[in-house]
Write a protein that binds this ligand. Structure first.
Ligand code: PLP
Length: 294
């Protein structure tokens, strides 16, 4: 975790970062039996505001339910304000995480106990700030995204080994992000973002049963009046514009898709990027229900 952050919240208390530690035999460390969220706090004219806090916490609850884990997501949400003040942050990335930490290393989850924590970090984008302006180079991954029939597409910690190896392969090949497609060639998602395309002015939010139900995807689809449906890779190759959405990446244009170079950032992507910024910064009145001031 970042050295700039002095305090985390863990199991009900604000703790010095150096005291917020997990045991070596934590079940979640060995088997990925945890669940997390990635949330943004934006500095607005009315003070720091968490974007779509309820939606993030509901998704965390759904992931915890898959693991039969009891979490107090309301307490985690309530920790965000005090944590921001303690760490003197107004613009931040918030990382709630809950993981099995005690009760042994057996694979039966019944008797385990969980640890809950919240970290706030100074803001940095997963794709780098430059991605927004210059666009992201994306490579179709030789790896498959974990099927929803293997694990529901939620933010379970163990699932992210899949994302990490796909991203590693893409970066080694000279790209910045990997795109998962399924065995039939349908687009699933990127390693930490959902996918959109624009064709003849129509905006399409890529839907796939193996993709995380992204909160940014939902937001942008609503703002754009986008159609939500499955999309084949061939259709993505033919699109006028392609962009990625995620809490961290926000709205990030794709300017290279495999060997196909693209010129510049498309006008629809540019407009939606701006609209999204207005919404998350509370400059758009219809965004108010999505903002929780802390
Ligand atoms: C695998 C994956 N897909 C998509 C997303 C985008 O989801 P959201 O917009 O809710 O951040 C994320 C990030 O949370 C992710 O990890």
């Amino acid at each position: 975790m970042s050295a700039e952050v002095s305090s985390f919240w863990m199991d009900g208390d604000l703790r010095a970062a150096s005291d917020a530690v997990a045991p070596l035999l934590a079940h979640g460390l060995h088997y990925g039996t945890g669940v997390f969220e990635g949330i943004r706090v934006y500095d607005t004219e009315r003070g720091p505001a968490v974007f779509r806090l309820d939606a993030h916490m509901q998704r965390l609850d759904r992931g915890a339910a898959v693991l039969a884990m009891t979490v107090d997501s309301a307490a985690m949400a309530a920790a965000i304000g005090p944590l921001l003040r303690k760490n003197r942050l107004t613009d931040a990335y918030v990382r709630p995480v809950a993981f099995y930490s005690g009760g042994g290393l057996g694979l039966d989850l019944g008797a385990l106990t969980a640890t809950q924590a919240v970290a706030v970090l100074p803001w940095t984008s997963h794709l780098g700030d430059a991605a927004a302006d210059r666009g992201v180079a994306v490579r179709v991954s030789p790896y498959r995204r974990i099927s929803s029939r293997a694990l529901p597409p939620l933010k379970l910690t163990g699932m992210y080994a899949n994302a990490c190896v796909a991203k590693l392969e893409a970066v080694r090949a000279g790209f910045e992000e990997a795109l998962f497609v399924d065995a039939e060639g349908f687009v699933v998602e990127a390693t930490g973002e959902n996918v959109f395309l624009v064709r003849n002015g129509q905006v399409v939010a890529v839907d796939h049963e193996d993709a995380l139900p992204g909160i940014t995807r939902d937001t942008v689809a609503e703002l754009a009046g986008a159609e939500r449906r499955k999309v084949h890779l061939d259709e993505l190759y033919d699109a006028d514009e392609v962009f990625l959405t995620g809490t961290s990446a926000e709205v990030a244009p794709v300017t290279r898709l495999d060997g196909r170079g693209r010129l510049g950032v498309g006008p629809v992507t540019r407009e939606l990027r701006q609209l999204y910024q207005d919404v998350v910064h509370g400059r758009s009145p219809e965004a108010e229900p999505w903002l929780t001031y802390v």
